[in-house]
Design a protein. Sequence first.
Length: 273
Amino acid sequence: MDIRGKYLLLSIATMFLLVSCKEESTSKSIETSVIESLDVKSDKLSHTKKVDVYLPAGYNKENSYPTLFIEGGRQWQEFEYKHLVDSLIETGTITPIIAIISHEDNMKISGTDHFYYEVELSANVAKGNVDFETMNKNYESFYIEELLPSIESKYAISKDKDSRIFYGTMYAGDFGISLGMTKPDLFGEYWCFSPAHSSVEQFGMIPGKAKFRICWGTKETVNADNYYPSLLSGIKKRGGTVTNLTFDGRPSGMKWKEQFKQRLIEKFSYQTN
């Protein structure tokens, strides 16, 4: 073989090696589930936002995954949701999913009795105070214009609306209701558990298809005046679809977790995906 033939073979071999290495690196999967922690800087907020990202075992950037957007990290951490999701995936009960966990700001607003997360997440709590209302609007802008795009650019989350779910309890549930009433196309479903500070009277017809799963306890004090039936009725009158879920007693992290588990199985079981 002459010198040109040798160079040609060497070039082909080099190209094959580079392509093989690229395919190996892009298709690499993680062996066990992980939590990646992010500090998201914002032009909309006065503070950095802590966000955790749950990636399932086998996660590969070349794939696309159904995604849970969980507002409020305290419930996720204190009641070991990671262990729950790991178990459901490992046993083949649900398909692998990603979870985006946005942690609440537990600092008190100076000179007030309110915490940042109460005002940022609940429009009803912020109502009547100009500064609070601005904080509430800014948080919604941060969520839609900064948080979601940053996550979408970094992780292999599904672009299919029906595979993207919002989940929040208490104040975070209030936030989910406000989002669903005004931005129904962000998520396929809004799971709002014990959203005790919500009102939909200020909203007109929902500009799209919004699906809510609203879960509440039969002995929640706010329901003394038929709060939840009235809230559900108001959403339906404005064009929303509502699944009413109840549990016996007062709100509790364990009861929310059990309802959350059932909703995961309904939505993401292998039989329905």
